[in-house]
Ligand binder design. Structure first.
Ligand SMILES: Cc1cc2nc3c(=O)[nH]c(=O)nc-3n(C[C@H](O)[C@H](O)[C@H](O)COP(=O)(O)OP(=O)(O)OC[C@H]3O[C@@H](n4cnc5c(N)ncnc54)[C@H](O)[C@@H]3O)c2cc1C
Length: 387
């Protein structure tokens, strides 16, 4: 009863789609999560932005796959997951951001992203009511979008169950077991489960699972705040990213959008990162982000903020994820270190990892996925520009 073809550790942004795609390949899959239900790790902290707008080719390709999966979800599986194809817009006010964004356009286009530099008039149309003071132009990628991170996890569990996946919640994996190096299952605080394939998709806590095996998985979490408003009349299609540092020195950039229900959902990158897993404080960010939102779009001044929260970015040194087989332990795979983009990467990572496991090759070019190897030099690799 406790034997499976594959075990996925973590029922979050990456683990759930990985399980669904493995089950679609007819594997008998078990998903284990320490929380009482799915998506209760960092998945539910995500504001739901899904963009292929990156500088790293592997991330561009995987997120294009995710966009394909999310945008077709309702037609394929029938669930409303809050998909909104409003695009992503990076308005630009300074030469520094202009040259950085223009500098990565060739690679974004080469790898298939529909994106362009647009003038200030177009930005005004795309972001109605934007403060035009100093506005130069910006980039716009109309096929990026948003999804509700809560709705999609429940949809994935439903599909997973219909494909024969088992789910164990409230159960913590304490170690990955092996027989002379060959993976043979996992030990939890409640029992042992056997499988020749184990996927570590434990997010911000992936590193701990490597330690007992002597693997140094370079994933270090830091914490980020976000908030959501009461719904207002729909007027903003894209998710907006302002790359300028905030005037009060607290944030390096900020991003926001209006979701499918009309609520504004927003977030920033703190200038000084909050390293570690402590998510208790949510008072640092509100006054600062409120000012930034109103400065950029003055008509947002009467928004009623409903809720603030903190969550973790599972960071790697170069800002790109690790999607990789582990050579020292045949049967063990890593799908970790998603940084601030695990929700948008999840379905693309899941589909490619399932193909790698079952067919020995990913769906995207194997050389491109290899850039996310566990064995790359994390300090020599080019850093993701839009992490
Ligand atoms: C404020 C904020 C906003 C964000 N916005 C976005 C966004 O718009 N778009 C985007 O793409 N990303 C966004 N992110 C990032 C995104 O949330 C993460 O990158 C993503 O959730 C990581 O996915 P994951 O599957 O690796 O981890 P998780 O979703 O956290 O899943 C890992 C799971 O593993 C479980 N687990 C861990 N250890 C064990 C164990 N030993 N035993 C059993 N279970 C275990 C956890 O309980 C958890 O459920 C945001 C993050 C924050 C904090």
């Amino acid at each position: 009863m406790n034997a499976y073809d594959a075990i996925v550790i973590g029922g979050g942004s990456v683990g759930l789609p990985t399980a669904v795609f493995l089950a679609q390949e007819k594997l008998k899959v078990l998903v284990i999560d320490k929380h009482p239900s799915c998506g209760q790790g960092q998945n539910k902290a995500a504001i739901g932005g899904v963009r292929a707008t990156h500088s790293d080719p592997a991330k561009i390709k995987l997120c294009l796959e995710s966009l394909d999966i999310y945008s077709n979800w309702a037609d394929t599986f029938g669930d409303d997951i809050g998909w909104k194809m409003g695009g992503y817009c990076f308005p630009v006010f300074r030469e520094a951001e202009e040259s950085m964004l223009k500098g990565i356009l060739p690679i974004q286009k080469e790898f298939g992203l529909n994106i362009d530099w647009v003038d200030a008039d177009t930005i005004r149309e795309v972001i109605p009511g934007i403060n035009e003071n100093g506005l130069i132009g910006g980039t716009y990628s109309p096929e990026d979008g948003q999804v509700c991170s809560l709705q999609v996890t429940y949809a994935m569990v439903r599909i997973g169950k219909s494909l024969g996946c088992d789910f164990k919640f409230n159960e913590k994996v304490t170690s990955i077991t092996h027989d002379k190096g060959k993976v043979c299952g996992v030990q939890t605080d409640k029992g042992h489960y056997a499988a020749p394939i184990v996927v570590n998709a434990a997010g911000a806590f992936a590193r701990q699972l490597g330690e007992a095996l002597g693997l140094d998985i370079p994933v270090n979490p830091d914490s980020h705040e976000a908030g959501i408003s009461a719904p207002v009349k729909d007027f903003l299609a894209p998710l907006v990213v302002d790359l300028r540092p905030g005037p009060d020195g607290r944030s390096s950039n900020f991003y926001f959008g209006q979701n499918h229900e009309g609520a504004f959902i927003f977030c920033y990158t703190p200038s000084t990162l909050f390293a570690g897993t402590d998510r208790r404080c949510t008072s640092e960010f509100a006054p600062s982000i409120a000012q930034r939102l109103i400065d950029l779009i003055p008509r947002l001044k009467n928004l009623l903020v409903r809720r603030l929260w903190r969550g973790l970015y599972p960071m790697t040194p170069d800002g790109s994820p690790i999607v990789s087989a582990v050579r020292e332990f045949p049967g063990l795979y890593l799908a970790v270190g998603m940084c601030g983009q695990g929700f948008m990467l999840g379905p693309g990572v899941g589909r490619n990892l399932a193909s790698l496991i079952v067919h020995g090759k990913p769906i995207i070019d194997a050389d491109i996925l290899a850039q996310l190897s566990f064995y790359r030099d994390f300090h020599a690799a080019a850093e993701e520009a839009l992490k």
